[in-house]
Design a protein around this ligand. Structure first.
Ligand code: F6R
Length: 266
């Protein structure tokens, strides 16, 4: 794991944007894995700014989102499709037909299972995900892979943890139906991405970040599965990094890496 600790959430977004732009500018048919939630909004704003200043185009790219709520239409204000259209897709030059979010409006189980399997096939047919962007839940989830999710899991129906429902309550009004189920890429699916970049900001993530990086490999912290990925970068602000025991070491590693690249390490 490469651990990068930066001063603020905006620095985290800028770093993530650099990585995404690098993929977009170096691959002929870039495939991005995207996340929703509060954390990547600053990344999406940064990508929009770079598109507007002609630093990048999304015309050739294909995107796959991690997850979607089951039982609400795509057009629902809180669907992840609406989130992505609003926060990114409608403001860049991507072909909307090349943006995939799991199809989860139906509550018919066999239809959902078929959609999940087809999602996996679509990812494979696109050549796999070049860079998967991830956030982390306060309970250590990635996508909606809640604690006890198998590290081998594939795209499937998942029941949300109580803490996740609670954390996402803020987006739904009191009288509104809030889904407790989601269709999510599995941990096995995520681990097949060629590279992953997990962003975490704020004090509320400090404990799950510590468990992910320094805790044991455990289904109790689904994000700890990223310890198994050969090209995983974790980019944190100071608050999210505040509980790390080896924080100084990670910063030292980055310094050494920089010096090595500059040829000034001896
Ligand atoms: C959403 C997703 C989730 C979030 C996580 C953190 O697509 O994959 O795992 O990344 O719940 O959410 P925020 O960023 O709102 O704290």
């Amino acid at each position: 794991m490469r651990i990068i600790i930066l001063p603020t959430a905006q620095h985290v977004a800028n770093y993530a944007a650099d990585r995404v732009v690098d993929i977009l500018n170096t691959r002929s048919n870039p495939v991005l894995g995207l996340a929703t939630g509060s954390t990547p909004i600053a990344l999406y704003q940064e990508l929009i700014a770079r598109y507007q200043s002609s630093q990048v185009s999304f015309q050739q790219s294909v995107t796959f989102n991690l997850d979607e709520y089951i039982g609400i239409p795509d057009t629902h204000a809180q669907s992840y499709r609406t989130f992505m259209n609003h926060h990114l897709f409608e403001q860049i030059d991507i072909e909307l037909a090349n943006t995939y979010v799991p199809l989860a409006e139906t509550t018919n189980v066999s239809e959902l299972q078929r959609n999940a399997q087809e999602y996996e096939v679509k990812i494979q047919n696109a050549g796999g995900i070049d860079l998967q962007i991830l956030g982390i839940g306060v309970n250590g989830h990635i996508g909606f892979n809640e604690p006890t999710s198998s590290f081998a899991s594939r795209t499937r129906i998942k029941t949300l943890a109580e803490s996740t429902v609670e954390a996402n309550k803020r987006f739904f009004s009191d009288d509104e139906f809030q889904p407790h189920l989601a269709l999510t890429m599995g941990i096995g699916t995520i681990l097949e991405s060629k590279a992953v970049l997990l962003m975490a900001t704020g004090q509320s993530k400090a404990n799950s970040v510590k468990a992910m990086i320094e805790g044991p490999l455990s289904a109790m912290c689904p994000a700890s599965a990223l310890q198994l990925h050969a090209a995983a970068t974790i980019v944190l602000d100071e608050e999210a990094a505040s509980e790390l025991t080896l924080k100084d070491y990670y910063q030292w590693c980055e310094q050494k890496r920089q010096q090595l690249h500059e040829g000034s390490w001896v």
